[in-house]
Structures are given as structure tokens and as C-alpha cells.
Design a protein around this ligand. Structure first.
Ligand SMILES: Nc1nc2c(c(=O)[nH]1)N[C@H]1C(S)=C(S)[C@@H](COP(=O)(O)O)O[C@H]1N2
Ligand SMILES: [Mo]
Length: 324
């Protein structure tokens, strides 16, 4: 049986305590058995002999070093430390390695998100309400930044379509508009500069309803830390990372295609669709290859970031070199 990592059934949700104990377990059995564990995560039992591996070295015993699991393509997860110390978050700084430090004390609770616009049941949700109403499942996704670096990230969250069903979009609604927090006192990047704050992003309604489209509330079984967009961010794995807006406070169903922060800033460089496409270069660099954080060398960029089978039908009849 093949099971898609990005579409795990509820029974495979990994709450924090299981994640952590599984990681401790991995440390105990050493790296030779990790491959077997990865297999077992896909449904087949590990071979008995592989459990008799030698004790791990000191280096292997660092939980952060152990990547027991992979994405559905077989590539290892990035480490928690990588995912949370190399970030794009222009509300803080354009220096990816400084975001974590600058965002450390950013308050992520209490936090509410107002969902409205062309819906029959507009409503403001607390993030804890969202967790209670829609649950949390793990989704292992690739994240591909338009700058041509990428990571494999185990998010926790729920598909956006669950929230949309709750507010009941009207038939006039054609797009979803997302707005991030605006608070220049806490977000130094919003003081001056030439970006038009707040950060805004958008999806076509059918993209928003796709089961891969996730509202993330966690990472590696823990609540989403501020630098990763905590407490609530969008994750759209087949699109360039800038579509995956962090720190969402407002979601509106709208009739017209929203103008994103990046479309407003540089319309020739960042389009509305922004589907990962190795054949359409950024005006200033190639998108044919990418650098996976933690790897040497480069790997080929995959159409739709490897999710073509799931999403290509959404764009049938569109000239994907034009709608970038
Ligand atoms: N609010 C907000 N969301 C944002 C950004 C941002 O600057 N502000 N950067 C985007 C970009 S360019 C990328 S690549 C991803 C990076 O997510 P990560 O830091 O969790 O890897 O977040 C996206 N979401
Ligand atoms: Mo990005």
C-alpha cells in the first residue's frame, strides 16, 4: 500500500509527546535502524535484525541530528534548528539568520483571526478554538522559496477547507485574501521601508479548498514558534514560499483577485499564482535548480514542487509561463 505523507489519516497524527518519545527511541537504537523506522512510518514493519544496531556515537545521540522520517519522495526532514533559524520574515528583518533572535519575544497568544467578507457565517476565532474545532494533523511538506532554497518541514495544522466550510462562502466569492498582523511597535521591519504593510497574500478559491492547503499551528509537534509564523500561518506547498503568509489575523472571501505585498512591490518578479516551475525563471535568476538546506550541491526543481499529480489539474488551460 502506498500512503502519501502529505495526506496522513487522523490515526497517524503525531502529537508532541509521541514525537518526542519516538525521537528518544531513535537515539537509543542508533542510526542504522533509522531507515527501518522510516519504513515503518510508511506502514511496513522494520526488519528484526536492524533493531540490533550498535550503540550510537555521541554525535548520533543528539536528537536534533536524527532524521527518522522523510517526505514521500524519500528525502529527510530538515532539523528543527534549521527550520527555525533560517527564515524569511520581513516584518522583522531581511536577514534570515537574525529573524529567530528578533522574533523571540513576539507574543503569539492570545491571538485571534477574523474570517469574513463574502461568507454567510463571519466569525472571529481564537487559535485555541481553531485547534479544538479542526484538530491538528501532521503534514510533511517541501517548502521552496523563490530565492531557490528549500527545506522539508513537518508541519502541524488543519486543511484550510475545514475553516472555509465553517464560515460558508457565498457563491460570489472567487478568491481568499489573507492579511498578516500590522504592529510596527513590535515589528521593526514595518517602520518605514518601502513595502506596503501589512503582508497580504491570496489564493483562488479552488486552490484554497485543495486538501494540500494547510493552516499551520505547529512544527515538529510543538506550537508554531514566532519566527516560523506563529501562532498561525498558511502553507501552500506547490507554490513559492512567499505565498505561505505568516502571522495571519484576517481572512476574507472576496470577488476580485487580491493584490499581494509582493505583487505590489515588484509585479514583474512576483505573480499571483507563483506555482513552483523550473521552466520559468525569475527575471534575475534561474529556477531550474535549488539548494536544499543542509545539503551540498544543488538539486533539480520539480514542477509544482513535486505536487503536480495533486494540483496540475487546477491550472488546465492556463499558460503557466504567463501566469507566474
Ligand atoms: N508575514 C510574512 N509571511 C511570510 C514572509 C514574510 O516576510 N512575512 N516571508 C515569506 C517567504 S519569502 C518565505 S520563503 C516563507 C519562509 O517561511 P519560513 O521562514 O518558515 O521558512 O514565509 C513567507 N511568509
Ligand atoms: Mo521566499
Amino acid at each position: 500500500m502506498t500512503r502519501k505523507k502529505y495526506n496522513l489519516p487522523a490515526s497517524e497524527i503525531t502529537p508532541e509527546h509521541i514525537y518526542l518519545s519516538r525521537r528518544k527511541f531513535m537515539v537509543g537504537i542508533g542510526s542504522a535502524a533509522l531507515g527501518a523506522l522510516a519504513l515503518s512510518a510508511c506502514g511496513s514493519p522494520p526488519a528484526a535484525r536492524e533493531q540490533e544496531s550498535p550503540a550510537p556515537s555521541a554525535e548520533e545521540a543528539m536528537p536534533a541530528q536524527a532524521s527518522a522520517e522523510t517526505d514521500e519522495l524519500g528525502d529527510p526532514l530538515n532539523k528543527y534548528e534549521e527550520i527555525t533559524n533560517y527564515n524569511n520574515y520581513f516584518e522583522f528583518t531581511t536577514d534570515k539568520r537574525k529573524v529567530a533572535r528578533m522574533a523571540k519575544d513576539f507574543p503569539t497568544e492570545p491571538w485571534t483571526v477574523a474570517v469574513g467578507g463574502l461568507v454567510n457565517n463571519p466569525r472571529t476565532f481564537d487559535v485555541d478554538d481553531l485547534r479544538r474545532l479542526f484538530g491538528e494533523e501532521e503534514r510533511i511538506y517541501r517548502l521552496r522559496c523563490v530565492e531557490a532554497w528549500s527545506m522539508v518541514i513537518p508541519w502541524m495544522g488543519f486543511p484550510l477547507h475545514k475553516l472555509l466550510a465553517e464560515v460558508d462562502p457565498q457563491s460570489k466569492a472567487k478568491y481568499v485574501r489573507f492579511e498578516a498582523i500590522y504592529d510596527p511597535d513590535k515589528l521593526p521591519g514595518q517602520k518605514g521601508g518601502w513595502y506596503k504593510w501589512p503582508y497580504v497574500e491570496g489564493l483562488r478559491l479552488d486552490e484554497a479548498m485543495h486538501d494540500l492547503t494547510l493552516l499551520a499551528t505547529g512544527l515538529y509537534g510543538k506550537p508554531l514558534p514566532p519566527q516560523s509564523g506563529g501562532p498561525l500561518r498558511l502553507v501552500v506547498p506547490w507554490k513559492y514560499g512567499f505565498k505561505s503568509i505568516k502571522a495571519i489575523v484576517k481572512i476574507d472571501l472576496v470577488e476580485e483577485q487580491p493584490t499581494s505585498l509582493w505583487m505590489a512591490a515588484a509585479p514583474n518578479e512576483y505573480g499571483f499564482y507563483a506555482n513552483v516551475n523550473p521552466d520559468v525563471d525569475h527575471p534575475r535568476w534561474s529556477q531550474a535548480t535549488e539548494r536544499r538546506i543542509g545539503e551540498f550541491g544543488r538539486r533539480k526543481t520539480l514542477p509544482f514542487n513535486g505536487y503536480a499529480e495533486q494540483v496540475a489539474h487546477l491550472y488546465e488551460g492556463m499558460d503557466l509561463s504567463k501566469f507566474f
